[in-house]
Design a protein around this ligand. Sequence first.
Ligand code: GUN
Ligand code: FE
Length: 445
Amino acid sequence: NSTMQQQVNVYRASLLDFPAPTSNPSSDFRYIQDGLLVTRNSKIVDIGSYNNLISSYKSHTISDLRGKLIIPGLIDSHLHFPQTEMLASYGEQLLEWLNNYTFPTEAKFADDDYATKIASIFLHQLVSNGTTTGMVFSTVHKSAADALFNAASKLNMCLIAGKVCMDRHCPVELQDSPALAQQHSAELIESWHGKGRLAYALTPRFAPTSSEQQLAALGELAKQYPDVYIQTHLSENLNEIEWVRQLFPKHRSYLDVYDQYGLVRKGSVFGHCLHLQDEEWRRLKSAQATIAFCPSSNLFLGSGLFELEKARQHGINVSLASDVGAGTSFNMLRTMGDAYKVCQLKHNPLCPLEGLYMMTQGAACNLGLEHTIGNLNTGTDADFVVLDPAFNELSALRTQHLIEERTISAPQDVLFALSMLADERTIFQTYIAGNCVHQVNKELN
Ligand code: GUN
Ligand code: FE
């Protein structure tokens, strides 16, 4: 189409990703030390080494990002948009933390203007930390979910979100009902699911705050809309698990509560999964459901240590997640650093490439989105992040011997150092659908 402006951009940097799904990320990565990444409009159209590709792009201006590392846009598989402002709330474990901090904060989102304001701050936090896709819990209020989807659509962002459903064991002003949860969720699906790059996730908060009737109503919706996602919490805290046992005495396990209502399937993402029984591991596998591992949150709330090794043994796919605001950082590199520490306590060191996989290609696969996000393949959406290993004095000192002739010679080591040292300055630029939506120390519109 000759009337359409073709915007071609060429970036020169070190490039790191996983071009295909794999169970062995520590060997199946692609690393191009001196690479070119080419985008046209919203898509990646070429990737390769500088030497091989430069003749094709001689007439183009090249963004010289040598010394920096381009990775796919990061995917945060579980976090709470209304909890942005209550991150780092002191002193409690899960159930007290919900009552004392979370519910009062989420009640503020009855006000549409407030929800709109926080949605904008939330998305800014994501992109300034290199996160280009999130699987997000909103509040119980339908209009707060609308505000979030609206803000994400303006950024052309691939965002999955859902209105929280809860009809008991929380303040009355935060309760919907089986019928309202079903109606409002259905309306949000009709408004947003598949609109641009947005998708909907049915979002019962967790078993204790939903009646059996509400879970049944959501199960009906799940059946009616087989391609919507499902997200909730599972087996996070020992008191929570005991409470679920008392509330649902007829069910064999915590997972079985969700399963009885048709909420355990491909595209279901369960946050935490710290204290599962064997039959729950097996059921997650047979249903092709996946787990969001939230290390920062699990440490912060004192919930427990995720058994990544056990998930591997059962062949269950795991992605990484911040779980903000129980997680204490929006930064997925730092979240990977916390995952490493959790795995160290289990005496199973986590390879940095596996960490990267769980927040790029692996997370995309869990959502069935590997043909559009999570890697730097030609034809995918141009969501990517430019990392600056020399972003501060300490990181520059730590990584200087890993950078040779302005290219990165040991990407795993750089990545690992950044998982411990990163802050917002590490994220030099963030691109969504080909547009630079964030540059460090610079206001972009
Ligand atoms: N379980 C139920 N609700 C929540 C929540 O908001 N955060 C966490 N971490 N766990 C939950
Ligand atoms: Fe959570």
